[in-house]
Design a protein around this ligand. Structure first.
Ligand SMILES: [Zn+2]
Ligand SMILES: [Zn+2]
Length: 274
C-alpha cells in the first residue's frame, strides 16, 4: 500500500505540540511512504481594521524560512520516507496576490488551500462562529471552498466540510443539494481534495467522522475530483491516525488512486496495489 499523510502541523503554529522529528518517526512507524509538513501560513491576511481580530494562529513571517530549511534538512536525514514541503494557506478573497507571492517564495511541493473563516463576517475560526447559524454557515463555507478551487492558487483543498465540527448538519435533502453543487464546481475546477481524518478525533461535537463525509466524497468521485490523504495532526501521535477508516471510505467511494505532489505537480498512485 502506498499511503501518504500530507496534512501535518508543527509547534511553530502555536497550537500544535511535540518535536518535528516525532511526527516523522510516527509516519515511519506507521509505514507511510510519504509525509508532508503543511503548517499554517503566517497571517498575511491580518486586516487593517483593528476591530477585526484574527484568532486562528500561524507561524510568524520570520519563522517561515526556518520551517522550510528544517524540512529540507529532514529530507536528507530520513531517506526511508519521502518528506514533502507543504503549507496550509488560508483562502481569503482579496488576498490572491499575496497567496501567489507566498507560493513563489519557495519550491513548495504543494499548498493546501483551507477556509478557516468567512472574512465578510469576521476573522475568527469558523467552528467558533456565534453570530451565524448552520443554515448560513454551510452554504457560505461551501461557496468559499469552491472559490478557493476556482482561484487556481492551491494544489489541494483542506477539510472541505469543516463546519460540521461544531454545527449540526442541515436537513438531508438541503445538504445533498449543497454538496452536489460543491462537487460539481470542484470537478469543473479540476480540484484535488484531501480526505482528512481530524474530525474523527472530535471537535465541539464528538467524532464528526471524516472530512468530507461519505456522501460528499461520492459526489466528488462522480465529478472526477481527485483525492489525497491527511491527518491534520497537531500532535505527533496523530500522524496517519484513523487511516483505516479513510481507506475504507476511499474504497467504497471507488477511489483506486491517490494524488501525490512534487514541486506542485500531480502524480496519481494506485495506492492499494503499488
Ligand atoms: Zn491548526
Ligand atoms: Zn485547517
Amino acid at each position: 500500500m502506498y499511503l501518504v499523510d500530507y496534512h501535518v502541523h508543527t509547534q511553530r503554529c502555536g497550537h500544535a505540540c511535540g518535536e518535528d522529528r516525532e511526527y516523522i518517526e510516527t509516519a515511519i512507524s506507521r509505514g507511510l511512504r510519504e509525509m508532508g509538513f503543511s503548517d499554517h501560513v503566517p497571517r498575511f491576511y491580518q486586516p487593517k481594521d483593528a476591530k477585526m481580530t484574527v484568532t486562528e494562529r500561524g507561524m510568524t513571517a520570520a519563522e517561515l524560512e526556518g520551517y522550510v530549511r528544517a524540512v529540507w534538512a529532514y529530507q536528507e536525514e530520513y531517506p526511508e520516507i519521502k518528506i514533502k514541503l507543504g503549507l496550509e494557506v488560508d483562502f481569503v478573497p482579496g488576498w490572491e496576490r499575496e497567496i501567489e507571492r507566498i507560493g513563489s517564495l519557495y519550491p513548495w511541493d504543494y499548498l493546501i488551500g483551507s477556509v478557516h473563516f468567512i472574512p465578510e463576517w469576521n476573522y475568527g475560526y469558523i467552528v467558533r462562529e456565534t453570530e451565524h447559524g448552520p443554515e448560513e454557515i454551510y452554504p457560505e463555507y461551501f461557496k468559499k471552498v469552491a472559490e478557493a478551487a476556482e482561484s487556481g492558487l492551491f494544489d489541494v483543498l483542506g477539510h472541505i466540510d469543516l463546519p460540521k465540527r461544531s454545527f449540526e448538519r442541515l436537513a438531508p435533502e438541503v445538504m445533498a443539494d449543497l454538496q452536489q453543487e460543491l462537487a460539481e464546481r470542484l470537478g469543473k475546477a479540476g480540484a484535488v481534495i484531501e480526505l482528512n481524518t481530524y474530525g474523527i478525533r472530535g471537535g465541539k461535537i464528538k467524532n464528526v467522522g471524516l472530512y468530507p463525509d461519505e456522501q460528499l466524497l461520492r459526489f466528488c468521485r462522480e465529478q472526477g475530483v481527485r483525492v489525497t490523504l491527511g491527518s491534520d495532526a497537531h500532535r505527533p501521535q496523530d500522524v496517519g491516525a484513523d487511516f483505516e477508516q479513510a481507506l475504507k471510505l476511499m474504497r467504497s467511494a471507488g477511489y483506486t488512486e491517490i494524488v501525490t505532489f512534487e514541486r506542485r505537480s500531480v502524480k496519481m498512485i494506485p495506492w492499494e496495489t503499488y
